[in-house]
Write a new protein. Structure first.
Length: 279
């Protein structure tokens, strides 16, 4: 496969800020005003944003003016039929037609691959959907980004970044049709580098072991880049940070220039930002 447009940068890497959380969480804290949050992120000049297709449609002018690429989310993961609530349900579903997604001219289409589910039928539908989407996008020039995650109840939270689980999940992700993997960082170069080397497709990270701080997220990105990753698709730790545009600028230097966290972030750990693994 030729190099995806998403990674057609001078460094061959990309910083993608995930702003698709409204599909699952409604209006989450820190993202109540989508225009303001988007503008803050765009001021940092990321390579791309990951958004829902209707977010891209409504803010098309802003995105075009910023000359930022767009990756679109094709499915919905939510946890309740009540808006923005988490009642522990697994309500994943395909949401948007491949033809409609292509009309918005994205540089990638993303879907999750959730492991550890209690509902085998939902997992079967998830795998089937990835296979269908991979075929729908084949030869279009739009890569399929698969996000393999251990979110199901059968896998304890502390194993979401376990190297053995992540290795199996990544392998299954590209075997099912991924052109790019959006994978959890396992916490160390030693454990993550072999996983990246064994993948025949580019690997980007969704985050790493939870720290709840901007600096901790930056350190995960630095480790992932040292492991051979091609960038990141991270959301909440960026747009919930004290200064999202500065956070994006720091990430751009780490991802494109090989800068260290010490070179781009001279502040101590900030207060906790999010609970659990970043995505």
């Amino acid at each position: 496969m030729t190099e995806p447009q998403l990674l057609d940068t001078p460094s061959g890497n990309a910083v993608v800020v995930a702003l698709d959380h409204g599909l699952s969480l409604g209006s989450p804290e820190g993202f109540e005003t989508p225009e303001d949050t988007l503008d803050e992120v765009l001021r940092g000049e990321p390579d791309a944003v990951l958004v829902g297709p209707h977010f891209a449609r409504h803010y098309q002018e802003r995105l075009s003016e910023a000359d930022v690429d767009v990756v679109l989310t094709a499915d919905v993961v939510t946890w309740s039929t009540s808006p923005g609530r988490d009642h522990g349900q697994d309500l994943w579903t395909p949401a948007f037609d491949a033809e409609f997604l292509q009309e918005l001219d994205p540089v990638g289409v993303k879907t999750v691959l959730v492991f550890g589910r209690d509902n085998n039928e939902t997992f079967r539908r998830n795998v089937e959907y990835i296979g269908e989407l991979a075929e729908d996008l084949r030869d279009t020039g739009i890569p399929l980004v698969v996000e393999p995650v251990m979110w199901g109840e059968r896998i304890p939270d502390q194993l979401e970044t376990d190297p053995d689980f992540v290795a199996d999940a990544m392998r299954m992700g590209w075997e099912f049709g991924a052109d790019i993997l959006k994978a959890p960082y396992t916490g160390s170069v030693e454990s993550f580098e072999p996983l990246v080397e064994n993948a025949p497709v580019p690997v980007m990270i969704l985050g790493g072991p939870a720290t709840g701080t901007t600096r901790g997220m930056l350190e995960s990105v630095e480790g992932a880049m040292d492991s051979g990753a091609r960038g990141l698709m991270i959301g909440r730790t960026i747009w919930k940070s004290e200064d999202p545009s500065r956070t994006v600028e720091a990430l751009m230097k780490i991802v494109h220039e090989g800068a260290s966290v010490e070179e781009v972030w001279d502040e101590p750990e900030q207060a906790a930002i999010v609970d659990g693994q970043e995505s």
